[in-house]
Design a protein around this ligand. Sequence first.
Ligand code: NDP
Ligand code: 2IT
Length: 449
Amino acid sequence: MQLTPQAHIQYVAELAAKRSYNEPEFLQAMHEVLDSLVPVLVEHPEFIEAGVLERLIEPERQIMFRVPWLDDQNKVQVNRGFRVQFNSALGPFKGGLRFHSSVNLSVIKFLGFEQVFKNALTRQRIGGGKGGSDFDPHGKSDEEVMRFCQSFMTELYRYIDEHTDVPAGDIGVGAREIGYLFGQYRRLTGRHESGVLTGKGKGWGGAEVRTEATGYGAVFFAQEMLKRTGEDIEGRRAVVSGSGNVAIYAMEKIAQLGGIPVTASDSSGYVVDERGIDIALLKQIKEVERGRIADYAERRQGAHFVANGSVWDVPAELAFPCATQNELDERGARALLDGGVRIVAEGANMPTTPEAITLFQKSGILFAPGKAANSGGVATSALEMSQNAARDRWDFDHSEARLQAIMRDVHDACYVASERYGRPGDYVLGANTAGFVTVAQAMIEQGVV
Ligand code: NDP
Ligand code: 2IT
């Protein structure tokens, strides 16, 4: 006899808990998706029959490798490298590489799992994967970063190519790292294979708007949510966490649309700038000088730095968590609600804890989960792959228009699914179900593999 949807989900959750007992981030991401799926399985009992869930929670392949490199003192350093190829039913594995001291298998698996559904939502025919290393780029010289990237790629190159697996950036991996990784791939293979990585330099295959895409996309998504309630970004204050790629371009788009981003942060604390963050100054400090956020307050009149505080204590109507996982907990959520927040859109992956999400949902504010709101980055990576395959190059305005249209479609797909499964405006339910159905259908059509 077939299990009921509830019992089946319970069975799969227990299976994962047993196998992945030491992977808390992965289990957190998995539960968030499974918790949404009862109404889908009621409608599609064939997904239970075909073992879709059991297959989805197990990566197709996970690769771990040693990354030895020489630091500037000629001392041997050893890091651990990862690539988790999670699901390729919709296309080649696609997802970023993260270089951060906190990286372990659990973190990479949670990111790869999220990526599967996110990529499905973009409708760009890309599967999901993620990789990275516990290498910490902070304080490393350019030469050290280059030697590390070369060693990392010397192992990774045998598992990737434009049709198999296409990495990109994430925390700690930006244009500089993608350049070094691509150079080593080219040297090892003897091929200039543009489509093997995205986020490349614009002079050698990189797409316009890829740098801006995640942050801009998150703001476009928020704009679509507000549109439904007849509201707008103009004139509204925004708290943004982080000061990296996603945060900077979220702030830039908020400002372009007439909003006022008043905060930025990094792992040492946050700055408040009531006049609105000076984006050019922030880019200079973070992108050019690779400095700390405290430097911003020192160079900008009227701004102040709060060491180790919670950015969520700053009142605003819009909130964009754009730093890292679980950075917005229940206490932070309460502070945001007390400060009058109307909308929370996740630029980062899984930045909001489950308890904080529940609080937002109970309070009736608009909440956009990362797998929908931050999908503009990977969607634009897919546009980069298209341009590489066609040996074509689109201009900035065309590329931004494509991104905006994709974010509108992702929003609408989530909203329609939230209505279909009984909770209109619940974007967590909408994103999980819409993404899941797309992948599940492809998996069924392709048989038990
Ligand atoms: P960056 O490396 O450019 O910036 C990361 C920012 O977050 C930095 O300000 C960093 O501060 C801060 N941060 C990182 N880890 C922590 C931590 N443990 N505690 C406090 N602050 C932290 O990364 P991105 O902007 O690319 O990525 C930010 C988030 O967005 C991540 O969750 C990523 O997965 C997600 N994302 C990124 C996409 C992309 O295209 N880049 C696409 C979709 C999602 P510090 O320098 O002090 O570490
Ligand atoms: O989390 C993400 O979606 C990314 N880091 C971007 C992945 C990509 O392949 O562009």
